[in-house]
Design a protein around this ligand. Structure first.
Ligand SMILES: [Fe+2]
Ligand SMILES: [Fe+2]
Length: 139
């Protein structure tokens, strides 16, 4: 357990957030038709949320003496709406797991604020996953 491991983990989280910003922006643009506006708004709002997570992680990585990544994580590009939303749900749940693991690491290293913020971000992602589950179950 070292600070370097924590920085590496936070950089993976940052790459995931940057990828999510791009993925949600991209997916919102593919949503067309009369029923799409609500869903587009949800995705546009998420972009702001995920960008806030990315900004926090970037600041923390610099504060810890690391070099924040500027490269987003790659993502699949299914064209069907259901497949898109299922991918998003899966990735949000993955983010929850990563944040919880890194919160534990932050706690072990004595970073109380970081631990709590990472748990808060895990809770945000779980909320996003809940929204997505409800949308997917109605398709
Ligand atoms: Fe996020
Ligand atoms: Fe999210």
């Amino acid at each position: 357990m070292s600070k370097e491991n924590l920085i590496k983990g936070l950089n993976e989280d940052l790459a995931a957030e940057l990828g999510t910003v791009i993925r949600y922006n991209y997916q919102a643009a593919l949503m067309v038709g009369p029923a799409s506006q609500g869903l587009r708004n949800w995705f546009r709002d998420e972009v702001a949320d995920e960008l806030g997570h990315a900004a926090y992680l970037t600041d923390v990585i610099v504060d810890l003496g690391g070099e924040p990544t500027t490269t987003p994580k790659e993502f699949a590009k299914p064209k069907g709406l259901k497949e898109m939303l299922e991918l998003d749900l899966e990735m949000e749940l993955g983010d929850v797991q990563h944040y919880m693991a890194h919160a534990e690491l932050a706690e072990k290293l004595g970073y109380a604020e970081l631990k709590m913020k990472l748990e808060e971000m895990a809770a945000d992602e779980e909320g996003h996953a809940r929204d997505l589950r409800r949308i997917v179950s109605g398709l």
